[in-house]
Design a protein. Structure first.
Length: 242
């Protein structure tokens, strides 16, 4: 295929192509907590949902292809052949810390369960031993959904009116067998007050990225992994209904 020849584009065409870009601030983390860890914490369902909303920063994962070189097939040419895909080992998450410190309590409690800390008073002794938990009891798939600001709006046209359904593109990331690997130190200071944040790295064995679509209708949003995401607050409140 030959290179594309230069073409004249109208201002409206350029705007529709260049200004319709993805934003960094629109995503949703779903952090399912293993049953054994839930039992040790005793949080309510609202607590877990609030913690998901408290995620202020996340990093979409990357991967690379391992290659070996082929030097004898063609004269003067060295080729690289892929033989394995290597995934990032961790995903970094940053959370706002709520007034009741549930975020810190969850992360510390999860790591306590992994390392067998089930009695804090006994662990105050310098001679306390411990027994690690079995991996299947503390590993859990976690999910991150990337969407855009028009996620809950239906298309509208002055000539045709509002559409009954509108398809919106999203990206669903699944992190397989994830667990908290390290919790970053949280500084506090007498300087000007700021929102307290905590950062944690989750280890996982691989991730799966699935392009998906969601249908926006007059009744709200359907065909989603997390059907409660924004539904109660945003469904039916847009001004673009037909």
């Amino acid at each position: 295929m030959a290179g594309v020849k230069p073409e004249k584009l109208t201002v409206s065409t350029i705007k529709s192509r260049l200004l319709n870009v993805a934003q960094t601030s629109l995503y949703r983390l779903t952090l399912p907590v293993p049953t054994a860890v839930r039992n040790s914490l005793g949080f309510s369902a609202i607590d877990y949902d609030n913690i998901n909303l408290m995620c202020s920063e996340a990093t979409l994962p990357g991967s690379s292809i391992n290659t070996h070189e082929v030097t004898n097939d063609y004269h003067g040419v060295t080729e690289k052949m892929g033989y394995r895909r290597m995934y990032d080992e961790t995903i970094g998450l940053t959370f706002y810390v709520d007034r009741n410190y549930k975020v810190i309590e969850l992360l510390e409690g999860w790591m306590d369960y992994i390392t067998g800390i089930n009695n804090k008073d006994k662990f105050k002794s310098p001679y306390k031993n411990y027994r690690m938990s079995y991996p299947t009891t503390y590993k859990q798939d976690i999910y991150l959904t990337k969407f855009e600001k028009d996620q809950f709006s239906r298309d509208y046209s002055d000539s045709r009116g509002g559409s009954r359904t509108t398809s919106r593109s999203i990206l669903d990331y699944t992190f397989i067998n994830a667990f908290p690997l390290s919790l970053t130190a949280i500084p506090v200071s007498y300087e000007d007050s700021q929102v307290l944040k905590c950062s944690v790295s989750f280890n996982f064995i691989r991730y799966i990225m699935e392009p998906n679509t969601s249908l926006v209708t007059s009744d709200g949003i359907v065909n989603r992994r997390d059907p409660t995401m924004g539904m109660n607050d945003l469904a039916g409140t847009t001004s673009t209904t037909g």
